[in-house]
Design a protein around this ligand. Structure first.
Ligand code: NDP
Ligand code: MG
Length: 363
């Protein structure tokens, strides 16, 4: 029986993690729950799962460290880089990690990998594409990785109409039901840009060996190319409870909550190159390549500010790339190499301020 700490328990991944745990209560119990501000939902979860510890981050900013102590595995499903210190604490103390949150890994890739190399603990990816690649790799050396992208809510909208599309439209994702931030990021393809960076860190593959293909049906979750020309793909219905369970078990295919993929109901599977002119955010990983360890933090922080501004109606769809690439240009060459957590946190703050100034003072 594994004791699970759930960081971000009130969110989309957090609630699905609790569903998986309650379905497989023979394998898992809830050790602790941490949320940010939704006290009502956290209270309901406590009544159902009786954790040893639960807290809101708005009440105690150290809640994540307190929550992971004594856990066997920690589901990291918070927003942004808020869980960074808790992730490093887990690695230093041999506590296993199931990582849904991609920002932490992208921004602190170097620090996390240094710790992982000497840690007793493992870090298991929950993001469906990375979970798929993990399954396809099976310990072998790939030639390259192929990430699939659903294309998001605006894939079929003509370019000239994109600036008329509002955040409520972007929040109607065709295949996945996720939190608002990642759903907006799916519409801009910024989420895929983050996932390219995430895959590079996780699997030690250079950015030039990671391709993205648009696969509207979200049935093939990603693929690995091998030197002999073989491509191995992982397929399943689009349901995050599958990668959540796979990560919590440490990489085992056990029965959970997800139905089998039916070939009777399945339409054709299609694959096409993404339109980089229509969705230029996808160019950003190549754009920051070689520009320094802190550039992913610039992307994450600038994007988070843009998502908030877009949700408030302060910017239009086409502004995402303009603003984020301006932030990248501004910070190129002036950031030091990452040494500590505070290097990342300080850069995050600076980039937020700069991005806000671009939106609210210049534009
Ligand atoms: P949600 O927005 O649904 O949930 C976010 C969780 O984090 C909530 O529990 C929320 O608490 C908490 N939270 C909000 N703001 C903060 C903050 N400032 N500091 C710490 N915690 C905060 O997000 P998702 O579940 O969709 O995504 C979580 C992470 O997983 C993201 O990094 C995302 O990229 C990644 N991910 C998500 C997928 C999905 O299918 N949803 C798929 C792959 C990756 P409260 O509600 O109490 O305010
Ligand atoms: Mg994903």
């Amino acid at each position: 029986m594994k004791k699970v700490a759930v960081l971000g328990s009130t969110g989309s991944i957090g609630t699905q993690t609790l569903e998986v745990i309650s379905r497989r209560s023979d394998l898992f119990s809830v050790h602790s729950l941490v949320a940010y501000s939704n006290g009502e939902k956290l209270q309901e979860q406590c009544e159902q799962f009786h954790p040893q510890y639960s807290q809101l981050l708005t009440v105690d900013s150290d809640a994540m460290i307190k929550a992971v102590k004594g856990a066997d595995i920690v589901m990291v499903a918070t927003r942004g880089i808020s869980a960074l210190k808790a992730v490093l604490y887990c690695l230093d103390n041999g506590i296993e990690i199931a990582l849904a949150n991609k920002e932490t890994l992208i921004c602190a890739g170097k620090l996390i990998k240094e710790r992982l190399a000497v840690s007793k603990a493992h870090l298991y990816p929950v993001d469906s594409e990375h979970c798929a690649i993990w399954q396809c790799l099976n310990g072998q050396k790939p030639a390259s990785l192929v990430l699939t992208a659903s294309g998001g809510a605006f894939y079929n909208i003509p370019t000239e109409q994109l600036d008329k599309m509002k955040s409520v439209d972007a929040l109607r994702h065709p295949n996945w039901n996720m939190g608002s931030k990642i759903t907006i990021d799916s519409a801009t393809l910024m989420n895929k840009a983050f996932e390219v960076l995430e895959a590079s860190v996780l699997f030690d593959v250079p950015l030039c060996d990671i391709e993205v293909v648009v696969h509207r049906q979200s049935v093939v979750h990603s693929m690995v190319r091998y030197p002999d020309g073989s491509i191995i793909a992982q397929m399943a219905v689009p349901d995050m409870r599958l990668p959540i369970l796979y990560a919590l078990t440490g990489g085992h295919h056990v029965e959970g909550c997800v139905s089998q993929l039916s070939f009777d109901k399945m339409l054709s599977l299609t694959f096409e190159r993404p339109d980089m002119e229509k969705f230029p955010c996808l160019k950003l990983p190549a754009y920051i390549d070689g520009k320094g360890d802190l550039m992913p933090t610039v992307l994450c922080a600038a994007d988070e500010v843009c998502v908030e501004a877009y949700m408030n109606g302060d910017i239009v769809f086409g502004d995402f790339y303009k603003i984020i690439s301006k932030a990248v240009e501004h910070f190129s060459g002036i950031l030091p190499p990452v040494q500590t957590v505070s290097d990342i946190e300080e850069t995050d703050k600076k980039v937020r301020l700069y991005t806000k100034s671009l939106i609210y003072e210049v534009l």
